[in-house]
Structure formats: structure tokens, C-alpha cells
Design a protein around this ligand. Sequence first.
Ligand code: SAH
Length: 232
Amino acid sequence: MMETILREGLTALSLPTERIPALLRYWELLAEKNQVMNLTAITDPGEAARLHFLDSAALLALADFRGTTVVDVGTGAGFPGLPLKILEPSIRLTLLDAQRKRVDFLREAGADLKLEGVEYVHGRAEEFAAKHRESYDIAVSRAVAALPVLAELCLPLVKVGGRFLAMKSVDSDEELNAAGRAVQMLGGRLETPVDYGIYGTNIRHRLVIMTKISETPEKYPRTFAKIKKNPL
Ligand code: SAH
């Protein structure tokens, strides 16, 4: 059932299907660990196939990830980063999350799946930036914070010429408008967002795209307390 949905959905995205067994194994590990810790609210395999795996995979149809360095900020149980890496092995991936237990799970899953070129980092994006500024071709993030906050967490990590791809719902117009000034102050340029449907559902999501056009000023990112209290 999950396999059929993945096969149909990946085919609809013109993506390869050979890695479906690895995606299924990842779900098996995740569902098992989810019994003893909170990794995902989704427990139905069909829903997981669509809302976790195909939603993540959609990014591969919307941007070229081949041979890139990617950081997934607030990856949680590994979305979207881990499906991206499984489906596009040439990515060099950093999975970053503030919750140690989630990062521990991801390390175990990555070892089980024999993934190479993945770093598992327990930390906060705004602190990680101190040593990893302007370092990644692409930053991705889903369900972590509102865009003005998220831009300050993620844009400093992206190289000039690289991009930050934020996964949002289609009702993000207000956030998007609010983010314009922040993006500019952080050295980014907001591109036209791309709305996409998730295969086998009526759900539409939105990829918010920011191109890094100049270095982020040294004073950003601020501490999380400041970012939250006074978003750009
Ligand atoms: N991206 C995943 C998880 C979303 S839940 C998904 O879409 O399924 C949000 C995650 O972001 C949590 O695991 C939380 O620990 C992490 N997070 C929140 N703020 C963060 C920060 N400043 N730096 C790193 N991780 C953060």
C-alpha cells in the first residue's frame, strides 16, 4: 500500500523508484521509534507516504540538488532532508535539530540505511551559524517557524549564489509579505513562490524560494530570544 503510493507519486514527479525499499525501511524505523518517543503525529502509512515522503520528494522536482551541500534546519524526524538524500545520493547533507533525541534517532536510521555523506548535528541553527556561515549551496526547512524568523535562522548558512527553500502551506501569503524586509536585510532575494500539489491528495503546498545575493551582515543571526521578541 505504502509502496504503491510511493511508486505512483515518484513516477508522477518523474523521480526514480529504485530507492523505494530504503524509504520503506526508514518509515519502518521511524514508526517503531515513534512508539517510544514523539517523532511524528502521522502514524497511517498512506498518509506518511504522501505527507512526509512525497511532500519532501517534491523538492527534487522543483530544484536541482545534484552534487549540492544541503542543510535541513529543524529536521525533526528527518523531513525533508532524509528523503532528499535517499532519492538523490549525490547530496552532502547536514541534518540539524535542537532536540538531541531526534538527532540520535536520525544517526541510527542513517547507519541502518548505510547513508554516506550525512552529518547529524544536535544544535540550534542560530548557534550553528557561528561556524558555518555562507557554507551551504541549499538550506531547506519545513514546519519550524514563521518566515521572518526562519529567514534569520537559515539564510546566514547559505553561500552567496545559493538558495533557501522553505516548505510552507498555500495560506502563507501574510508570512510571505511580512518576510520581504527581513530577507533583504539578510542578503536574500525573495523569488516567486511555487505552489505544488501532493500526489493523491487535494493538498497544495508552497515552496518559498530565497536566493542569497550578498553576504549576511555579521550581526545576524541574533540570539533566539532576540529573534523571537523582535523579528526582522
Ligand atoms: N522538519 C520536520 C520537523 C518539524 S518540527 C518536519 O517537517 O516534519 C520542528 C523541529 O525544529 C523540531 O524538531 C525542533 O527541535 C526544531 N527546531 C526548532 N527551532 C530550532 C532551531 N532554532 N534550531 C534547530 N532546530 C530547531
